[in-house]
Write a protein that binds this ligand. Structure first.
Ligand SMILES: [Zn+2]
Length: 123
């Protein structure tokens, strides 16, 4: 990852759609060979966890809808980037691999790829 993106770890980060778009593109290329489709929707809202990838299933329509949820603020930029890439990995598990999207072996098989981009992959 670009060094300037992760400097100033004490500087708070405010989540914005422009960055989400930009880094989605970047991570998609670097981590997922551009195979990932965009989230169907993105929500920025206050919550206890750092972020989540929510699957909304419509049994009536027979469709699956993936929503990325992020907090309005993060401790710093790297915290935001760790969260975004983490949720993208869940999206990849569920849409590309049709996996259950848990923190399983498939999930952690990305550990080194993440490390190369200075990202930390955790639960
Ligand atoms: Zn997770």
């Amino acid at each position: 990852m670009i060094k300037k993106d992760i400097k100033n770890p004490s500087k708070k980060y405010t989540t914005n759609y422009k960055d989400i778009k930009k880094y989605f593109k970047y991570f998609n290329k670097k981590l997922f060979k551009n195979k990932l489709n965009k989230f169907n929707d993105i929500k920025i809202r206050k919550m206890k966890c750092s972020g989540q990838c929510v699957e909304n299933i419509s049994y009536y329509k027979g469709t699956s809808f993936f929503v990325l949820e992020l907090k309005p603020r993060y401790k710093n930029r790297i915290d935001f980037l760790n969260t975004l890439s983490h949720e993208m990995l869940h999206l990849w598990q569920q849409t590309i691999k049709h996996n259950n999207g848990k923190h399983n072996k498939l999930f952690f098989s990305f550990k080194n790829k993440f490390k190369k981009l200075n990202l930390t992959l955790s639960y």
